[in-house]
Ligand binder design. Sequence first.
Ligand code: UDP
Length: 413
Amino acid sequence: MRIGMISEHASPLAALGGQDAGGQNVYVASLARALAARGHEVAVYTRRDDPYLPDVVEMVPGVTVVHVPAGPARVLPKDEMLRWMPDFGRWLAETWLLGAAGRPDVLHANFWMSGVAALTANQLVPGRRIPLVQTFHALGSVKRRFQGARDTSPARRIAVERMLAETADLVLATCSDEVAELHRAGAARCHVRVVPCGVDVERFAPEGSTHTPVPSSPGVLNLVCVGRLVPRKGIDTVVDALPRVPGARLVVVGGPEASGLHHDPEARRLLDRARRHGVADRVELTGAVGQDRLPGLLRRADVVVATPWYEPFGIVPLEAMAVGRPLVGSAVGGLLDTVKDGETGILVPPRDPGALAAALRRLAGDEELRARMGRAARRRAERHYGWSRVAEQVEEAYRSVAAHDRVPALEAL
Ligand code: UDP
């Protein structure tokens, strides 16, 4: 198949860890690679955010990244991009009409704004429209609930998401909680299928050639958190739990590069908090770390911790599982599917330092339990979440829509 993957703000080539670069970038890059390995041809369309980017980059054989001119060629916060999506869509339609490559057999829009670009393009391409698969990655209704007035998403986001859910030939939800959320948000006529995100089980392996696990010193519990440095990742909950877990040391990976951490508001907030609790000597922030170095850092953990307020999927928990480490995480969103509570890790209520500390103390005192959970986690990651397994299910989903011929309701925008 010729697959057109649209990922308006999240380029598969971007550096990870900053404000708007995380799971969606990893998803698009890894899925595109895995689909190409299955013999498909994938073009990833992402917004040009730098005038010096080449028009097209071959990421690996079978995957090209196309930089679409839509709006100013500089980095924009994603919440300011909606107004450029019609241009993005028009550019796609023109390219498919005039370009040598021709039109894709299926479109896969990632994030709601890519869906807007896909609908615009489909409206302008003559003849039979291109089947559309939509992955939201995050839903506006959830963000609004948790972020309240701090949510800077365009006001129309929730309505447009509902319309997209009902218009796309298929919504690929990444976890069961998202399906419930779509229905709660009123997307009654939505065709939905759950296919999770994946993890690179070769790269994120329990043993590595470059980093061998550090044997824990007695009485020390090494904790690692990985993620964008934004409040909703709940890293403050981990800092708040530290005084109640003697011997625990926390390494926080993510945010800007290490040299920029002292300007980062969330980094400063976390360090201030650690100082107030008297645990600053037990907290280290590394800044952003590339995927190549992450497995080594995760393997240094006795326990990986992910306590977001909410989490549309959460690839980091899968990465922890794949390197064979137990995960203590919030009982929210995708973690409810990926983490087997009591078997591969422990789930705790979000924003509850007391419950988190209790779970960590339990693991601190039981090395055998940690090892058992780590082994179970690795088995689960291999069995269900390798990218080749995920790509097989996504390909099946693409094939299921290839015969559809529903008319998109662009006027609902
Ligand atoms: N990540 C990374 N380096 C960093 C911080 C994050 O490579 O410094 C990666 C992380 O390994 C994971 C992704 O970014 O693959 C984050 O995805 P997740 O779904 O956990 O969170 P999101 O960013 O989508 O909220």
